[in-house]
Design a protein around this ligand. Structure first.
Ligand code: G1P
Length: 302
């Protein structure tokens, strides 16, 4: 690839049903569930903005209006906070989107899979490289976010970059699983990929290196998605289009990012993330620890 691999657009496929969080997700999109005081979508948006993205594309359906409302200006609320002199809160409410960052909402009217959701963003993204973030995967970092690390790799290697981490073999059926090219570059953040397969059974999985919900993709992925037929689960899989890029000799790298990933698409992941972020919050740390110690003592004594 000769042109620089600049990433300025991030796509958030957020049209999923969120059945694991019913009944809450009847009215609250799962991306709006909070970890401490911010919804999952805000963590993902912050990570994209930190990585240099200035256009955020949300692929939504008719039940996800709350996401558009969240990023919109809340005049009445802001006015009330202003006259009450609650400047800190006002600043928090206004900082959901920094200046210079714009949101675009695209509708995915049929639930035809992650690949189809990404394809819906094509008219906004065009042919440029872009990022995809799945907000269910919350990645905690003390320093640079996972996407910023991946953007640096994409710019350096001029190729697509997929976030990966090791999972237990019995879990391969929940993830895209990658194979690495033999003799490929040995840098942990840019492992040349030779194949990717969606949700293989443990016995068939080519490795235990699993895709986490962060991707930097060449604009060529859209042609590949256009040609992709339904795969695992009868859905148009992003994984299958990435496999097509690899088969077409396009550079695709797996990136072992620095950070801890919490799968907030399930209940226990959300509990883990909440504890982690509470312990990292200066105002909550001491009381959270005290509470956890008390709970542990109760359970051990029971
Ligand atoms: C999607 C992808 C899968 C990836 C996972 C990461 O699956 O299809 O390849 O490993 O996200 O969270 P989903 O979790 O939407 O079933």
């Amino acid at each position: 690839m000769s042109h620089p691999f600049k990433v300025s657009t991030a796509v958030f496929p957020v049209a999923g049903l969120g059945t694991r969080f019913l009944p809450a997700s009847k009215v609250v999109p799962k991306e709006m569930l909070p970890v401490v005081d911010m919804p999952l979508i805000q963590y993902a948006a912050n990570e994209a903005v930190e990585a240099g993205c200035t256009t955020l594309v949300f692929v939504v359906n008719r039940y996800k209006h709350a996401i558009a409302d969240y990023f919109d200006t809340a005049y009445e609320l802001e006015h009330k906070l202003e006259i009450k002199g609650k400047d800190d809160l006002l600043e928090r409410v206004r900082s959901t989107l920094p200046d210079g960052v714009r949101c675009v909402f695209v509708t995915q009217s049929e639930a035809r899979g992650l690949g189809h959701a990404v394809l819906c963003a094509r008219p906004v993204v065009g042919d440029e490289p872009f990022a995809v973030l799945l907000p269910d995967d919350l990645i905690w970092n003390r320093r640079h976010g996972a996407l910023a690390q991946m953007v640096a790799v994409a710019e350096r290697e001029r190729g697509s970059v997929i976030a990966v981490e090791d999972v237990p073999r019995e879990k391969t059926g929940s993830y895209g699983i990658v194979s690495l090219r033999e003799g490929g570059a040995a840098q942990a953040d840019a492992l040349a990929m030779s194949a990717i397969v969606e949700k293989p059974e443990p016995a068939q999985a080519p490795s235990t290196l699993a895709v986490v919900g962060r991707y930097i993709l060449s604009g060529r992925i859209f042609d590949a998605l256009d040609r992709t037929t339904p795969g695992a689960g009868g859905e148009i899989q992003l994984t299958d289009a990435i496999q097509a890029l690899i088969a077409d000799d396009q550079p695709v790298f797996a990136c072992r990012f620095r950070g801890t990933r919490y799968d907030c698409g399930n209940k226990f992941g959300l509990v883990q993330a909440t504890l982690r972020y509470a312990l990292e919050d200066a105002d909550l740390k001491a009381q959270t620890l005290t509470h956890m110690r008390r709970l542990l003592a109760d359970h051990e004594g029971a």
